[in-house]
Design a protein around this ligand. Structure first.
Ligand SMILES: NC(=O)c1ccc[n+]([C@@H]2O[C@H](COP(=O)([O-])OP(=O)(O)OC[C@H]3O[C@@H](n4cnc5c(N)ncnc54)[C@H](O)[C@@H]3O)[C@@H](O)[C@H]2O)c1
Ligand SMILES: Cc1ncc(C=O)c(C(=O)O)c1O
Length: 310
């Protein structure tokens, strides 16, 4: 399967619009669905923004693509030959949405989930046709980060995995085909970084600003060019042995949710979407920060596409 002719994206929050815009850019007729009318209204602006970013990346437009906005799930799924589920990260909700999707589409339609790390086999437990179900984990913002994790459940067919890898490569993205494990690879690594940062913040060792500066320049900039396995070779395995012998026992072992994040979440301080979170945001700050982030990601992606991967 190359780019699907007709796609449905279910859930139109942070991730759905960018995914829909990219599919449409590559010629798919996309229906973007949400239970919230407000989310669909915001999605129209988000899709236009994503499309403008794709213009800046000079991604050519394949004729025939479009995004339409559907409150009604059955209408969104009508005639779809590829479905991506992107509703909030709770297994009960996802299983219920999958049951509704399966009831509305033909048995051979590929259904992918953008879960951040719920095991695919667990999500597929009550599906009638789990062989067509697969993990397709996009990174945020999905129209910009050119890598997608592809994860099979126990019952996913090889044909569906092959078809999904073809779709990912047709976007010009890297497909990383992985074994099933909670959080997959990306979020296991990202959440290790975030756990340590949150622990340092909670202990009063560093401020948000210091953590962001140190990780962006000391780690992020370097890791964008040299992966962590190659970095071990560059640093020297003897150095890693010495440092990890005293450092690893001192790193955060927090197995629950960070108390600070729990408190902010209970206060509905969820970050940019509520204009308050790890940082406060004044009038107009969120829009300005989002624009800065997109500009930075476009510049860095262009630069990275010009260098030889290490
Ligand atoms: N936010 C990220 O950085 C990110 C990155 C990669 C993957 N993901 C994963 O993608 C999925 C979606 O995340 P998000 O950040 O876009 O969430 P979000 O909360 O921003 O958006 C989810 C949307 O789904 C809608 N929704 C809820 N129930 C629905 C239903 N029954 N049918 C249709 N729509 C429904 C909500 O109204 C909301 O607009 C999650 O599984 C998440 O873990 C998120
Ligand atoms: C905090 C956080 N959690 C999950 C994901 C992806 O699943 C992301 C991301 O893609 O950036 C994230 O930032």
């Amino acid at each position: 399967m190359t780019i699907p002719k007709t796609s449905a994206v279910i859930g139109s929050g942070t991730m759905g619009p960018g995914i829909a815009a990219l599919l449409a850019r590559y010629g798919s007729t996309v229906r973007l669905n949400d239970i919230s009318e407000e989310a669909l209204t915001r999605a129209e602006t988000a899709c236009s923004g994503a499309s403008a970013v794709l213009d800046q990346l000079q991604i050519p437009t394949v004729p025939g693509g479009s995004v339409s906005y559907e409150l009604d799930l059955t209408a969104a799924l009508d005639g779809a030959d590829f479905v991506i589920e992107a509703v909030p990260e709770t297994i009960e909700l996802k299983k219920s949405v999958l049951a509704q999707i399966e009831a509305a589409v033909a048995t051979d339609v590929v259904i992918a989930t953008n879960t951040s790390g719920i095991p695919i086999t667990d999500m597929a437990a009550s599906m009638a046709h789990p062989e067509r179900f697969i993990g397709m984990h996009w990174s945020n913002p999905p129209h910009l980060i050119p890598m997608i994790e592809v994860i099979r459940g126990d019952q996913t067919s090889t044909e569906v995995e092959t078809a999904l890898v073809e779709i990912v490569r047709a976007f010009g993205y890297e497909a990383v085909v992985e074994k099933e494990i909670p959080g997959f690879i990306e979020n296991r690594v990202l959440y290790a970084i975030m756990r340590e940062c949150l622990s340092l913040l909670e202990q009063g060792v560093a401020t948000q600003e210091d953590l962001d500066t140190c990780v962006k320049w000391g780690i992020g900039y370097k890791l964008a060019v040299i992966g962590p396995m190659r970095l071990l070779d560059m640093a020297g395995l003897d150095i890693y042995t010495s440092v990890s012998s005293y450092l690893n026992p001192d790193l955060s072992k927090e197995s629950g949710i960070s108390p600070l994040v729990r408190e902010l979440t209970e206060q509905n301080r969820l970050g940019m979407k509520t204009e308050d979170g790890m940082y406060p945001y004044g009038e107009g700050d969120v829009a300005a920060k989002r624009a800065d982030i997109l500009r930075g990601l476009v510049t860095v992606r262009k630069a990275l596409s010009e260098i030889k991967p290490v």
